[in-house]
Design a protein around this ligand. Structure first.
Ligand SMILES: Nc1ncnc2c1ncn2[C@@H]1O[C@H](COP(=O)(O)OP(=O)(O)OP(=O)(O)O)[C@@H](O)[C@H]1O
Ligand SMILES: [Mg+2]
Length: 288
């Protein structure tokens, strides 16, 4: 059975941007698009807080959000198959379940809640940290096309599914892939200079990552790939690169994987600060 691309909308500007992004990606990938809205009864779900026709009114509002999103998705994309579904429950839990049966789950970086200036909503953060499928988080600000995809790769098993996703995205768009490996020289309070030969360290890092990448070049000869090894914090390097990218792809964990945390610090930092849509791709091992 073909798994659809699922996009979640709460009717917010970022969610509208997510719908457009998801519709374009569905066309690129030849997949159906499923738009979902989750109705959360919780704030009103108190025995002494009865509102007449509450269910009807809430469902009508949800239906309107879905209809508008479906119309936007169909506009200018005649062959695209679009379905909508109104779901009930805690949005983060419901969306995590939805991700299970999807090719990818697309959502806005923000929604209608939260405080002004907040960069990432709690639903997006929660879903990106748990979902089995790739989660793409889209910002409300309109993106300028750059014809480049960036992927963060640290050579770990955990970051390989991100490479698979990024190569496929670059192939479908026919654009180059910029692979970024950022490393840092550890700083110790009482022994500040542990590494004498910084250039040698750089060479060793670059050799390691270049060897790891070689088999990927062989598998995807049609994708033009550029490797960049930088001595910088990975979040800084990736956020800077996101300014010139159409999509930034990261794994949910890297070489310093702490299985106890749901999102590694790099994925978390990037989700907050990136300037373009971010795809967080989880490895099967982590998802199990
Ligand atoms: N009820 C919902 N139904 C469908 N999608 C939702 C729902 N709530 C959030 N989303 C999705 O999650 C994205 C981010 O919204 P989120 O709720 O995380 O941020 P927020 O509303 O700004 O902050 P918060 O809810 O944490 O106070 C939205 O753009 C949308 O894609
Ligand atoms: Mg919200």
């Amino acid at each position: 059975m073909t798994q659809p691309i699922v996009v979640a909308t709460d009717g917010s500007p970022a969610a509208a941007a997510a719908v457009t992004w998801a519709a374009d990606d569905a066309v690129r990938k030849g997949l159906p698009l499923r738009i979902v809205h989750v109705l959360d009864r919780l704030p009103y779900d108190l025995p002494r807080y009865e509102i007449p026709d509450f269910e009807d009114r809430l469902s009508q509002a949800g239906r309107r959000i879905l209809d508008e999103a479906a119309q936007a998705a169909r506009e200018g994309r005649p062959g695209l198959e679009v379905t909508t579904e109104l779901l009930f429950g805690d949005p983060a839990h419901v969306l995590r379940d939805q991700a299970g049966g999807s090719a990818e789950l697309v959502m806005g970086s923000r929604g209608l809640g939260g405080f002004r200036g907040m960069l990432l909503g709690s639903v997006s953060a929660n879903v990106a940290g748990h979902a089995e499928a790739p989660v793409v988080v889209v910002r409300a600000t309109p993106a300028t096309p750059h014809n480049e995809i960036v992927v963060g790769f640290d050579g770990s098993e955990e970051s390989k599914p991100a490479l698979v996703y990024a190569f496929e995205a670059a192939r479908l768009r026919g654009c180059p892939l910029r692979v970024i490996y950022a490393y840092q020289i550890p700083v110790y309070t009482y022994a500040p200079v542990v590494v004498d030969d910084v250039e040698e360290l750089r060479r060793v890092q670059e050799d390691f990552i270049r060897t790891e990448l070689e088999s990927w070049h062989d598998k995807h000869p049609e994708v033009e790939t550029r490797l960049e090894v930088v001595c910088s914090h990975p979040v800084t390097a990736l956020v800077e690169a996101s300014e010139d990218a159409d999509l930034l792809v990261v794994g949910s964990h890297g070489r310093r994987a702490l299985t106890a945390v749901l999102l590694g610090s790099v994925s978390r930092g990037v989700l907050h600060h990136a300037r373009c849509p971010v795809a967080v791709v989880r490895s099967k091992r982590e998802a199990s």
